[in-house]
Design a protein around this ligand. Structure first.
Ligand code: TXA
Ligand code: MG
Length: 340
């Protein structure tokens, strides 16, 4: 399949935004920028188009998609109920990196919801994404625009690497500023449950949901055969082909461990660098979790491009966006964690 490259740095690229919307209205697949990661979009109400997303990504069909909207009124007909606490969170965090799981209506096809009776909805902040949704006049199902299992795409180049020739078009735009995916919260259970940490922190959520529960799968591997609230949590994810180990410990213990193991690459923070003898890449200053999130997926993709065989990564603390970075790294490591 020929993949058309469209270009939209902002909403003044009206022609290419129009072209993207036309392809979507005709049942095609378009990769587009959002503030979190690039998404692979299709008409969320078109079962055939949505099935093609799963084929292009190589995604397991029981892993449901997030439906992206541009206005609050777009919720009508998609969800059957909005709880008062869900509404408060939507008002606080939309547009932005926050996804609400709510009971779905019959309009949402089984392919979009992965056979669940709920649907995940998000209103992205990225102006190009919202312009395309508005022009198409459709809710858009959009998982991250990577091949299933590999790190999510935070630049247009990452999407081109993964999906060129497999989808109708890619909207080339800026790098994603958040760099990790949205925070997913289920309001279909009481109390509400954090299923995936992301661009909105648990601390921010607790201002509106004091009894928020953090799902056990956020920080650890789900038990074999266990029913997980968010199907995406059970798959090995974000993983380079290299053997990755995540290490929890302070700078001194971490550097001693790395120097004993002598891996082909160490991924850590600025403060680690002077203590490490192996090739080293930094995710930024220790504790600057926003910076680490922004650099994370590009760093993981680079590990493969450069052909490193063994990689040790330094776990961040789990405050603020550190929780999202930790959650992605533990999956990149296939849950291989060393506690020092
Ligand atoms: O930032 C993002 O959320 C990006 C951009 C493109 O918007 N999208 C994204 O989609 O990360 P995806 O498909 O890669 O991840 C969606 C996650 C998966 O872990 C999935 O299992 C979960 O959300 N999910 C979707 N619908 C759900 C539902 N009804 N109940 C529970 N979890 C759900
Ligand atoms: Mg994904």
């Amino acid at each position: 399949m020929e993949t058309v490259l469209l270009h939209a740095m902002n909403t003044s690229s009206v022609d290419d935004i129009q072209k993207a919307a036309e392809i979507l209205k005709n049942g095609g697949l378009v990769a587009l920028p959002t503030e979190t990661v690039y998404g692979l979009a299709a008409n969320a109400l078109d079962e055939v188009a949505v099935k093609n997303i799963f084929i292009a990504k190589g995604r397991p069909s029981d892993n449901p998609l997030i439906v992206h909207i541009a206005e609050f009124s777009d919720l009508d007909g998609i969800v059957s109920e909005v709880t008062p606490v869900a509404e408060k969170c939507m008002k606080a965090f939309w547009p932005g990196p926050f996804t609400a799981v709510l009971p779905k209506t019959k309009k949402i096809p089984t392919a979009t919801s992965g056979g669940l009776d709920t649907v995940a909805v998000r209103m992205p902040k990225n102006e190009v994404a919202r312009a395309i949704i508005k022009k198409a006049g459709l809710p858009l199902a959009a998982p991250s625009a990577n091949r299933s299992g590999s790190p999510s795409p935070s630049t247009a180049g990452h999407v081109i690497d993964d999906l060129m020739g497999k989808i109708d078009a890619i909207v080339v735009s800026k790098n994603c500023e958040v760099g990790v995916e949205s925070t997913v919260v289920s309001f279909a259970v009481n109390p509400p449950r954090l299923l995936r940490p992301g661009g909105v922190t648990a601390e921010q959520l607790r201002q509106y949901i004091p009894d928020l529960v953090i799902d056990a799968a956020v920080l650890a591997q789900p038990e074999k055969g266990a029913k997980v609230a968010s199907p995406g949590m059970k798959y090995k994810h974000y993983a380079p082909s290299a053997e990755v180990t995540m290490v929890v410990g302070d700078e001194k213990a971490f550097s001693k461990y790395c120097n004993d193991q002598n891996p082909s690459l160490v991924v850590g923070y600025d403060e680690d660098e002077k203590l490490i003898n192996s090739p080293f890449v930094s995710l930024g200053k220790a504790g600057d979790h926003k910076k680490a999130a922004e650099r994370l997926f590009d760093t993981l993709r680079d590990v493969d491009k450069k052909g490193y065989k063994t990689v040790i990564v330094h776990a961040p603390t789990t405050d603020g966006m550190g929780l999202a970075v930790y959650n992605r790294l533990i999956r990149a490591a296939g849950f291989k964690v060393v506690q020092l």
